[in-house]
Structure formats: C-alpha cells, structure tokens
Design a protein around this ligand. Structure first.
Ligand SMILES: [Zn+2]
Length: 104
C-alpha cells in the first residue's frame, strides 16, 4: 500500500494521506543526530523540503534551528511518525528518536 505524502504551503506542513500531519512549529529533540554541539539538540523545523516513506516510517527533510545554541542546518531524513493501518501516528515530540540513514 502506498501512502501519499507531500509538503504543503511552501514547506510549512507535511501532508500524509491528504491530511496535515506535521507542522513546522514542532520542536524535535535529536539525541543521536549530529546536528550541533549540544548533547540533545532541540531543533525547530523551519521548513520541510522533502518527505519520504521507508516501509511504514515517514521521514522528512527539513531546515532546522537548534533553539539552545542557535545552530542552523538541514536534516536529510528525520523520522517523524509511522503509518499504521493507513493512519499517521506521530512519534512523541518529546521522545528521543534514532535518525535513519537516508535509504534512497
Ligand atoms: Zn545546539
């Protein structure tokens, strides 16, 4: 089953199954991703430039900024949630997550 995913509003939203699923005002704690010098980078995703599906996991490409140190960088494939039975289930924004290597 293919789940339609795309970016909306110039990267302000991620759409999953034609519904707005992830907004660019979310902050993602990145513990295992080398984003900046912080132990855990709290990254505000400013805009999304890519979204992809690997198996049932939705990953986004985003431009983000660490709200702790101010570093700005891009993230190639940040997992933000999964599709279970055709429905998007966001990962807990406060949960530490592993970032998959891009597979494409
Ligand atoms: Zn930082």
């Amino acid at each position: 089953m293919t789940v339609p995913v795309r970016t909306l509003d110039d990267g302000a939203w991620i759409s999953v199954n034609n519904a707005r699923a992830v907004s660019n005002s979310d902050i993602w704690p990145l513990a295992s991703y080398d984003f900046c010098d912080c132990d855990v980078a709290h990254v505000l995703c400013e805009s999304f430039f890519d979204v992809s599906v690997h198996r049932d996991t939705i990953a986004v490409g985003a431009v983000g900024q660490c709200i702790d140190c101010g570093s700005q960088d891009t993230i190639d494939a940040l997992p933000v949630g999964r599709v279970i039975d055709g429905e998007f289930r966001a990962f807990e924004a406060g949960a530490l997550q592993a970032v998959n290597e891009p597979q494409s």
